[in-house]
Structure formats: C-alpha cells, structure tokens
Design a protein around this ligand. Sequence first.
Ligand code: KG4
Ligand code: ZN
Length: 340
Amino acid sequence: MEKDIIVLGIESSCDETAASIVINGRKVLSNVISSQIDIHTKFGGVVPEVASRKHIENISFVVQKALEDANMKIEDIDVIGVTYGPGLVGALLVGLQYAKGLAYSSGKTFIGVNHIEGHISANFIEYPELEPPFMCLVVSGGHTFIVYMKDYGEFEVIGQTRDDAAGEAFDKIARAIGLGYPGGPKIQKVALEGNPEAIKFPRANFHDNSLDFSFSGLKSAVLGYLNTKKMKDEEINEKDVAASFQKSVVDVLVDNTMKACKSRKVDRIAVAGGVASNLCLRENLIEEGKKNGIKIMVPKPILCTDNAAMIASAAYFEYKKGRTSPLDLNAIPNLKLGER
Ligand code: KG4
Ligand code: ZN
C-alpha cells in the first residue's frame, strides 16, 4: 500500500485566512477559516490594506488551530501547499511568506497552488471517487470559467467572462439595491420571495459560437431599471429585481455549460467557487442535467467559498505529478489557470 501523503494547505488570497490538513487530496482532517467579512462589510467590499493586516494577525493562529484540530504536529506533515495567485498581492504574500518560512524551517516539500485550481479541487474532496476528465464551471468573486479538466492539473478553458465575474455581478447589484456585501448570499435570500419572471433582464450571447460570458450588459440593465424607477418615483420591488437578476445570471451559466458538455461529449459537470453555493444555480443545473443525461457535482458550501482544504487537495495532485515549487516563489496576482 502507498504511504499516505498529508498536506497542510494555506489560503490568504482575499478576505479569508484559512489552513487545513488533508490526506491524499481527498480526506479533510481539519478546515479552519477565519473570515474578515464583518470588517469589510463596513466598507461595502474588500479593502486590500485591511485584508493584509488581518491576515498577518490571524495566520499563525489559524495554522496552529488546523494542526491541533487534526491532532498533528508540523513533523507529521509531508507537504505544505499555499495559494500564490491569483488574488490581492498583499494578502497573497502573507500566506505565501508564512508557508515558505514554515517549509524552510521544517524541511517540508513546498508547493505553490493556483487559487482557481484549488476551487476545482474542492470536488475531489466532496466526491472521493471523482477522476478527470470532466467539465467544470468555476464561478467565484473574481473568476468565471468553463474549464475542461482533461487530467489532474491539466485544464482547457472553453469559456470565460469578457468583463465582470459572476460573483462580482452579484456583489455590485446587491450594493445597488442596498443589500450590502457580500452580495451573493444576500441576493439569494431576498430572491427567494421574488418572481424571477417579473422583469426581463438581458442574457448575453455571443454570435461567434463562443461560450464566453458577459455580465456588464446585465449589470447596466439592472442599474438602468433602478434609475428609471427612481426618476419616476415608482416603488422598487427589491425581491423581484433580485430574483430576476439572479435568474439571468443562472440562465447563461447553465446554458453555456450544457453547450460545452455537448460539444465535448462530456456527461459530468463539477461546479466550483463561491457562487457554486447559490441554490438557484444548483437547482437549475440539476434540472437541466436530468434532461440532458449529465451528472452535476457541487461541493458543500463550505468547500465552495474560499478555504484551504481545496488548496491542500490541489497541492496533493501537483505533488503526485512531481511538481514542487522553489522557496523563492513569488506571489502572482493575475496568475492564469493552468499557468506555472
Ligand atoms: O470563491 P469565493 O469565496 O472568493 C473568490 O475567489 O472570489 O467567492 C466569493 C463570491 C462573492 O462574490 C460572493 O458574493 C459569491 O461568491 N457568493 C455567492 C453566494 N455565496 C457566495 N453568490 C451567489 N449566491 C451565493 N449563495
Ligand atoms: Zn476563491
């Protein structure tokens, strides 16, 4: 039997300081997440300087807690995996420098992980039998991709956003209707009582057969709708706006992902990223999946939003491919999917 590989994952790319211990990329022993959401809510979004400072305050405690929860010491760890991009540079540097210091002092194998690949890897934790190839819809605050995952660590981008990310659109519209940050969960809640057919907002499609996304037209349409209503002094039904906006986003995400599957003759879709916890998206994907004989996989919400278990999992699969990182690895704020 092969020896178990125990990975300590560290994540600090945005507003969550997180550490986790995962065995063989699939079994989570601990998953500690220290969220800064309450602090950033006051400012209506993530303030990079504040995020970096909070990561510095939290990182040691979070890593210690992850080891304690797993009943382990640093000596028990085989690999230290850490997010080195994409993300906020100051925030990334905190986790990265901490991980490098720990790897150097303990002599452990060190692996830099792409945050988006981490999100995809959350599916290997939720579905222990899952193996590539499969189609993946990555929808987070900063990214929107349809990715064909050919093999572990091998990605082909089939579609991506040409402007705003799906989560970013949720956050911006939530702010416009006065719901605050983070917008996704708040829109979802308000939308539950609204009518998704009440207002016909646009669904952007490109005529070049591309499966790319664009959410800026939708955003302008919602803002225009709100402005017109205000100018006419008419009452705005926030619930209907939220439900109709959410349905527009979900419709294009589902539509394009189904088309991507058909074009590649793939019958499994894994969903990843913070927006993957959206109930409307989950329900619509499952419904369309049933009609088209496509299996839908969605990790539980705690594995969809930023966490370090997904980073530890991605680091494990990098390790199995023989890819490790040098200790002079730098943070890359705009790191691309599949780029090393
Ligand atoms: O993956 P994530 O935690 O961070 C990034 O890597 O960006 O995603 C955060 C994004 C935010 O834009 C947030 O509004 C959105 O995910 N989000 C949701 C939901 N929960 C989080 N969007 C829609 N519905 C949700 N339930
Ligand atoms: Zn993320």
